[in-house]
Write a protein that binds this ligand. Structure first.
Ligand code: SF4
Ligand code: SF4
Length: 371
C-alpha cells in the first residue's frame, strides 16, 4: 500500500512551510543526515514568472530548502532546462529572490552517467548529481501536456536528462507515446526520487506545459515516496481513468504500482471541468502507412506569426530538424516532424499550438478513434 499526503493550501508561506515540512518529515525525515547532499529537482522548464504556472513555485522550493538546512544537510537545486539559461530561469521564476541569503547551491545538471535501463533503450545518460544525491526531492508542477496528456511526478524526472539529450530521446521514441511513457517510467525508476511533492496550488490546464496552457488555481499539494501513486491521485481528482495517463498504465504493466493508496492529510476532492489537451491517437493500422498517416492525419504544430519573436529556440530544440526560418517566418517540414510537440513546450513566447488536419478529423470521426 502506498501512502500519499494531500494538503489543501495556498502560496502563503506561513501555511505552506509547515505543510511541506510535514510531508518531508514523514517520508524522508530519517534519511536526511547531517551533511547529506540533498538534490532538489523542481520543474525549471523555461524562464517564466510564477503566475504562468509553468514552473514549480518559489515558495515550494524555498520551504524544501529550509527543511534540508534545518536537518544540517546540504541542499542543491538542480534541473536541466528545456530552453533559456539556468540563471535566467532562476531569476524569472523568482527562486533566486525567494532564496536570497539562504545557503543553497544552484547547479544545472551538466554531466551525466551512463545507466542501463534495460530493453529496448539499454544505456541512457542521466544527470550525475541526480544519481549521486544522498536524497532526491522531486518537486513537479501539475500541468497538462500536449503530447502526454499531463506532466506530473514521473514526467518531471525527464529533466534529469541533460540538455539536448532530451530531444534526442524524443526522436528515438518517435511518435509512439507508449514507448515514450515507457522511457519516462524507466528513467523514474533509475533516478528513484526519495520523495515527491507535487505543486498543484496554481496548476495548468489546456494546451500545456508551456505558455499555451492556462493557469488554474487548484490549491492542492500532494506528497509521497511513491511518485506513481501521486500521479494516480491527480487523475482521480480530475475525474479521468488513471490509465489514460500512459506513464501510469506502463508503470502498472511493469509491476511498479502498489495495491491501494492510503490517503492521509486533507480529504481528496474532485476538480470539476479540468481542461485537458486534445490528445488523439497518433497513428494506427499497418506500420508501412504510419509515415503518410503522420503527415496527413496527426495534429500538427502551427506557429502564430503575430506571437513569434523569431528567437529560434524552437529550431535549436526540434529533434527532427523540422523547423526552419525564412522571410521572417517559421516553417515546418511536416514530412520530418515526429509530432513530439517539444516546440510547443520550449517556445518562450507561446507562439505554437496544434492544429487538427481536416482529413484527420474526418478519419477519426469515421473510425471513432477520439477518446
Ligand atoms: S516560434 Fe517561438 S521559439 Fe520559435 S522562433 Fe518563434 S518565438 Fe522563438
Ligand atoms: S516541429 Fe515540433 S513537433 Fe515536430 S518534431 Fe520538431 S519539435 Fe517535434
Amino acid at each position: 500500500m502506498s501512502i500519499v499526503i494531500l494538503r489543501k493550501t495556498k502560496y502563503d508561506y506561513n501555511k505552506l512551510k509547515p505543510q511541506i515540512f510535514e510531508i518531508l518529515d514523514f517520508f524522508c525525515g530519517d534519511l536526511i543526515k547531517k551533511n547529506s547532499r540533498v538534490v532538489i529537482k523542481p520543474n525549471l522548464l523555461t524562464p517564466a514568472s510564477p503566475d504562468r504556472a509553468i514552473l514549480t513555485h518559489p515558495l515550494v522550493v524555498k520551504a524544501s530548502v529550509e527543511y534540508v538546512l534545518q536537518k544540517g544537510a546540504r541542499p542543491q537545486i538542480s534541473d536541466s532546462p528545456g530552453t533559456g539559461s539556468f540563471e535566467k530561469i532562476l531569476k524569472e521564476s523568482s527562486i533566486r529572490d525567494a532564496l536570497t541569503g539562504v545557503y543553497v547551491d544552484f547547479k544545472e545538471f551538466k554531466t551525466s552517467l551512463l545507466v542501463d535501463i534495460g530493453e529496448p533503450f539499454k544505456q541512457i545518460e542521466i544527470g550525475e548529481d541526480a544519481l549521486k544525491a544522498d536524497v532526491l526531492i522531486n518537486l513537479p508542477k501539475l500541468k497538462t501536456h500536449t503530447q502526454m496528456l499531463l506532466t506530473l511526478g514521473v514526467k518531471n524526472l525527464f529533466g534529469c536528462i541533460v540538455g539536448l539529450k532530451k530531444p534526442e530521446w524524443h526522436f528515438r521514441t518517435g511518435v509512439d507515446r507508449e514507448m515514450f511513457a515507457k522511457l519516462l517510467v524507466k528513467i523514474y525508476k533509475a533516478v528513484n526520487p526519495t520523495v515527491t511533492i507535487l505543486d498543484g496550488i496554481l496548476a495548468m490546464e489546456g494546451q500545456g506545459p508551456g505558455r499555451g496552457g492556462i493557469p488554474r488555481e487548484l490549491g492542492v499539494l500532494i506528497g509521497s515516496n511513491d511518485t506513481v501513486a501521486i500521479d494516480f491521485v491527480v487523475c482521480k481528482m480530475i475525474g479521468i481513468d488513471p490509465d489514460r495517463l500512459l506513464t501510469n498504465k506502463v508503470a502498472k504493466e511493469m509491476g511498479f504500482v502498489h495495491e491501494g493508496i492510503d490517503l492521509k492529510g486533507d480529504q481528496m476532492f474532485g476538480i470539476e471541468d479540468f481542461k485537458l489537451p486534445q490528445i488523439t491517437p497518433l497513428v494506427f493500422g499497418p506500420k508501412r502507412l504510419h509515415r503518410v498517416m503522420r503527415k496527413h492525419l496527426v495534429q500538427r504544430p502551427v506557429c502564430d506569426d503575430t506571437l513569434c519573436e523569431l528567437c529560434e529556440e524552437c529550431l535549436q530544440y526540434c529533434p527532427a530538424n523540422a523547423i526552419s526560418q525564412s522571410r521572417k517566418k517559421i516553417h515546418f517540414d511536416y514530412d520530418s516532424c515526429i509530432r513530439c510537440y517539444c516546440c510547443i513546450e520550449v517556445c518562450p513566447h507561446g507562439a505554437f499550438c496544434t492544429e487538427e488536419t481536416l482529413l484527420g478529423k474526418i478519419v477519426r470521426k469515421v473510425l471513432k478513434l477520439n477518446k
